[in-house]
Design a protein around this ligand. Sequence first.
Ligand code: BDR
Ligand code: CA
Length: 346
Amino acid sequence: MTETAITRRRIVLDCDTGLDDTLTLIFLSGRPDVELVAVGTVHGNVSAVQGALNSAAVLKTLGRTDVPVTVGARHPLAQPVQYSAKVHGSDGLGEIPIDREVRVRTDISAAEQLVRLARQHPGELEIIATGPLTNIALALMIEPELPNLIAGIAVMGGAVTVPGNNTPWAESNIKHDPEAASLVFSAGWRRCVLAGLDVTLTTWLRSADLAAIDALTTPAGRLAQQIIGKFSAYFSVTYGRQSCPIHDPTAAILLLHPEYGEYGRWSVQVELAPGLTRGATLADRRPFVANKPAPPHPPIEVATRLDLDRLLECFVAGIRAAGTAPAQQGQQGQQGQQMEKEVSGD
Ligand code: BDR
Ligand code: CA
């Protein structure tokens, strides 16, 4: 009964699950104001098939087998596929034990699923993209009106004012498919928020956040503890800190709470030329008051600063509440969907 009082935002998560993508799934499942309509997966941290199986396994742990998970693009638009096993482990979930008796959709692609849902809910659907942007680019090719059908999109990707992580100049999600990112950033969305390394590398979980999550005894809490442990192991070696930033959840939180961020309204271009800087995200940030050339395409909202206290509190609250929301009514469940058994998916 209480559920009817809440207006839920219809959200599709497009991801490459992935340790921090998993944290995003856990976080979203703890939000009573979110209807997670579907998950689509893309090559990136792991293969699109592995990412889908991971997403479905995570959702099963959260008691959310009602959310359809669809396999998306297995390759970037214009370069060979590349995975990130050294960050996320060979299976994308740091090889933690998890129930993998799951079903995922392969009867339509993630891009087709996105277009279908956008047409079903014109002006309502929102997208959180936490992997390479191949599926979103393909959806734009299927339906050029997509930017008008979608209420808003939040992307984890890019490094506009700071160094990259995949290379010194490029962030991983963009480096994994620069052509797709270029199409998405220039599409002219009603609202497009970019949560890049500019802000996500400030979102290190503090000891109080880690302690609050460590105290949880729910299946979602235990899963979050394991995932954060694996992510922190990577960051302790690479960055010398015993914690981890929450890259992907930051995009989700800024979609839901734009007031937790400050933004530059910049037209973002992606370096497509082969060479050292391929995949770099570039914006004309010159503070001219006159004579500044017109931007090449409409600006997007590039997050430049966060209210970290509120953002991290919001994250911990979502993890605490995860797995407690009732399953959604009226969604297409996974019954009868095609079982995908392969795990490499290449
Ligand atoms: C992004 O790359 C992936 O490894 C993470 O899941 C995140 O989406 C951070 O650069
Ligand atoms: Ca990701």
